[in-house]
Write a protein that binds this ligand. Sequence first.
Ligand code: KIV
Ligand code: NA
Length: 265
Amino acid sequence: MKTVTTSRLMDMKSASEKITAITAYDASFAKLFDDAGVDVMLIGDSLGMVLKGEKDTLAVTTDEIAYHTKAVSSVAQRAFVIADMPFMSYGTEELALTNAAKLMAAGASMVKVEGGDWLVSTIKKLNERGVPVCGHLGLTPQSVHVFGGFKVQGRVQSQADKLCADAQRLESAGIQMLVLECVPSELAARISQLVSIPVIGIGAGAETDGQILVMHDMLGVSANYMPKFSKNYLAETGDIRAAVKQYIHEVQTGTFPGPEHSFSA
Ligand code: KIV
Ligand code: NA
């Protein structure tokens, strides 16, 4: 078991200690992030975009996530390791159980699923069988074609209320962490107070319980365009280890994200 656990992450929320998270896909970067003191490493299905060069995350497979999860978890000594469940790999409860088992066997300590109340029974089943679950609300990239693009979510009051209700339903179902992506800062702050589990933001302002960035974005080397909510720490520091340390420092002290990296309603 890694040093950072679900109970440690809960304690960090209670103590208002910011949680630092980053995506990781391979052993070398994962070791560097782990040594630097990142709390959480996510094997994100963003790998479809940053590793495979695809336009979205939809073609990523469970076997691909498992391959990269094995590489990351092999070297992680401290950080908590979460693996993304890809598009349609949890479309039914049966699929969710089969595919989550592959990711846990590859070394994940938690799996992440995108979506709201339709996931309640899936989350319960996974929990009952020993799989901790992280939710993901707001801009859920697997639904990009439903949204009609990568757009900020929750700007309309009814949408904001639905996101709050979904966060509470997922918490009752048993999620132990929640990622909130591209929502107005005020809404993210409201949701972070509403639930007792840690909320990790990306493009969600500074008032969540922690932050996550895609590693290629925070190093400014992504093949895709640089999202407004990210920051190029390599340009600032000139060294990858220093860049990661600076990111951790700015998250822990609440200086990242600034208003220029955040969205308003
Ligand atoms: O796939 C990913 O990298 C993610 C994070 C951006 C939260 O889901
Ligand atoms: Na993802």
